[in-house]
Write a protein that binds this ligand. Sequence first.
Ligand code: SF4
Length: 447
Amino acid sequence: MKARVRARPAPAPKVGFVSLGCPKALVDSEHILTRLRAEGYDISPTYADADLVVVNTCGFIDSAVDESLDAIGEALHENGKVIVTGCLGAKGSVVKDAHPSVLAVTGPHATEEVMDVVHQHLPKPHDPFTDLVPAQGIKLTPKHYAYLKISEGCNHRCTFCIIPSMRGDLVSRPVGDVLQEAEHLARAGVKELLVISQDTSAYGVDVKYRTGFWKGRPVKTRMTEMVRAMSDLGVWVRLHYVYPYPHVDEVIPLMAEGKLLPYLDVPFQHASPRILKLMKRPASAENNLARIRAWREVCPDLTIRSTFIAGFPGETEAEFEELLAFLEEAELDRVGCFAYSPVEGAAANELPDPVPDEVRQERRERFMQTQEKISTRRLARKVGKEIAVLVDEVDGNRAKARSAADAPEIDGIVYVDNARWLKAGEFTQVRVTRSDEHDLFAEALNT
Ligand code: SF4
């Protein structure tokens, strides 16, 4: 009698992955990685071990284009089989001109197209172990926080930005899908959800705030209703890229009630009405100072983060000083500033009176010096207070943590002493003992 020999399963095909760019690109990467794992592909940590490599690119500013082209070159050199996706892919023939041997080029949020090309060059394994994929998908962020993308694209046409030409007009995800993803993430142990999009306050405009369903109950496709539903999940919910439209006022009471993190990331970009008009910024006609004051009256603990551009074409010294005066008056907590950098294809490049490069840089430095003093002052007010933090990592007796005022990667850190018993991903109470320009120093309580 012949013995039956069970065939050994063939090793799973391996895909290398390089993810560049902003949190929105990171979410695209997570979707592609989730699909790859769901179909039974392995993810290879090295180029040499991979059967092919996917490079998710960024094309926002010239340095990002260079970084993306270098990454593609390296992957081609080390591996030879490369699929390019992401924002740079949407910029015409830039990739093909620099690297004609890539297998394919797609634009951003193109999971299906990327998967089609992967299937052509690396056939799908016969028996995918779909149960290996956790319900929340594959995450590139540490397990206790996750980015949650609620929409794609943007209906605005800011003159310095080429994102709408790369990512198209606003397309909101169905509110039921967003809330289900949020629920999966919370169940999987995520403690903080970072809500992202190009324009979070515009969520649902494209579908006329259609009513969707979550857990059998109706929920409007609209920022306020979505975050109110999310607040039932018992995790931190942090809002990014919110423009100061009047309806943003509706979420501030939720923050004051502790249902939503008292944190708003509002990219103001400038304070001079003329420059905001030249920039074609959404909500540029709003009285932002009055709005900030009103928000703080309702929610005194509110942290406001923003970004600005110094040296936009046509900006005069007086207009720049108007921006500095706004900064002093608004006392924002967290601020980033870029010296204007012309992005290929942006309408602002055609504006008259460009500001010389050295003036742009000098204005940026003055801006940051002003903000540093404001930030130091605001953080010093927290010394002696007890605050809740989420622990990111522990090293011996010291932990790195973040408070409600600190988004990961971009804001400050709370360095916690007496932290031996803490674990990454847990909430704890600390007492603030000291502060500097950006960070807080604290002692753990209850240890
Ligand atoms: S709001 Fe303006 S800066 Fe933001 S993505 Fe849309 S066009 Fe670009």
